[in-house]
Design a protein. Structure first.
Length: 396
């Protein structure tokens, strides 16, 4: 038996992590990887089985002999509640513990109506989805993405001008009053970055920047495999980096010539209206782009160059392997994406762009839901959180 001190013995939470990540699939694997004795492995696995976090499967016998019992993480052992709020569109869902959506609903709601209106609607929707699709499911946590800067540790919305009615609101206590579980809130672009990274690029790279180009412009940065939030949660706010020769446009943040004020969906609509076009939504602009309207194309290309300028600066600082362009404008506007690419490759340093890929988002809006789920699951299924839950609560 290997000699290990108590401090280095793998805990049940760490054992769960090995099973969940597929590093160990049998009790023998666990013994080998952790150095735990057979009785110690059994004790920990027993605890995880009892809590429904792990299930046993027996493979069909192959060449005779007793088949090994495989241990699998039980993704249906609970659910997480998620909501990806957009400025106008919001998606609410219930996901399993692997982050897969079990039930969801999308609706149009103006988030500016404030937390008193929006939060009860979200919570009612979770209740309805739970009743309809997963009655009796154990809720393990809640994750939300909101279109505002969020002081992550407190789950407090900060940005005063984008979601004015939410300024200074600490969301977690309001949600916990009805769902007494851990609640995590981040800005909408960070959850998109987490979702796209985990869903598409995790095997390939730990360094990715997700740029959302929609009503507003923002970025989420994955560095070394983790979301980069900065000191308080404001990292990646590229929308408020000024561009050169912007013409002195006043931004809603109070500064002038922020890329958001000259190249976001809001800015495009304003410029096209000033040019006499009847456009109300980004979909209207999309229609003009599809029709090949020359003036619209020129305005869209110019916006792409502005965004490219700012993204090039960010690429120089962060050296991501992949820049993902998402949001409804990036999805619909070919000329926008090609202008961004052109400027980034021209203006970033040679080393930063040597292997840089600039890709369209593959998951689209679905990245928001899976990113919210991953944000919660990484916390509530972390070894520390699992160990705490195992010791602090009595078994069922
Ligand atoms: Zn600004």
């Amino acid at each position: 038996m290997p000699r290990r001190t108590a401090a280095t013995l793998a805990t049940s939470g760490e054992v769960l992590d090995l099973i969940r990540t597929g590093e160990a699939v049998t009790r023998a694997d666990l013994g080998r990887v952790t150095g735990l004795s057979r009785p110690a492995v059994s004790l920990r696995v027993g605890e995880l089985l009892e809590r429904g976090l792990v299930v046993e499967r027996t493979d069909a016998p192959s060449t005779g002999g007793r088949p090994p019992v495989r241990l699998e993480f039980n993704a249906s052992g609970g659910v997480v509640l998620v909501a990806a709020l957009g400025a106008s569109r919001t998606r609410v869902a219930v996901c399993d513990l692997a982050g897969h959506e079990l039930a969801g609903r999308e609706f149009v709601i103006d988030v500016e109506q404030g937390p008193d209106v929006v939060l009860p609607l979200l919570m009612d929707t979770w209740d309805e989805l739970l009743d309809g699709r997963c009655p009796g499911a154990r809720v393990k946590g809640v994750g939300m993405g909101v279109p505002a800067t969020v002081e992550f540790a407190a789950g407090r919305t900060e940005s005063a001008r984008v979601m004015a009615s939410w300024t200074g609101v600490e969301i977690p206590p309001l949600v916990r009053a009805r769902f007494p579980v851990p609640v995590f809130v981040d800005n909408d672009v960070n959850v998109l970055a987490i979702g796209e990274h985990r869903g598409v690029y995790a095997e390939e790279t730990g360094d990715l920047m997700f740029v959302k180009i929609s009503t507003r412009i923002g970025a989420g940065v994955i560095a070394g495999g983790e979301i980069l939030r900065g000191a308080l949660g404001a990292a990646g706010e590229i929308g408020h980096i000024p561009v050169r020769d912007g013409g002195g446009v006043l931004c809603r943040c109070g500064n002038v010539d922020c890329v958001d004020s000259v190249a976001s969906g809001t800015a495009l609509l304003r410029d096209l209206r000033a040019a006499g076009r009847d456009v109300k939504t980004i979909a209207d602009v999309t229609a003009l782009v599809r029709a090949g309207d020359a003036e619209t194309m020129a305005i869209v290309r110019e916006a792409g160059r502005r965004i490219g300028e700012v993204v090039a600066g960010a690429v120089n600082i962060l050296n991501p392997a992949v820049v993902v362009l998402g949001g409804d404008m990036a999805e619909a506007f070919g000329p926008l994406v090609s202008s961004i690419r052109e400027v980034v490759y021209r203006r970033s340093t040679a080393l930063a762009t040597r292997r840089l890929r600039i890709e369209a988002s593959r998951l689209g809006a679905a990245a928001g839901i899976s990113g919210c789920a991953v944000m919660v699951l990484d916390h509530v299924l972390s070894p520390d959180a699992v160990d705490e839950a195992l010791t602090s609560r009595p078994t069922r």
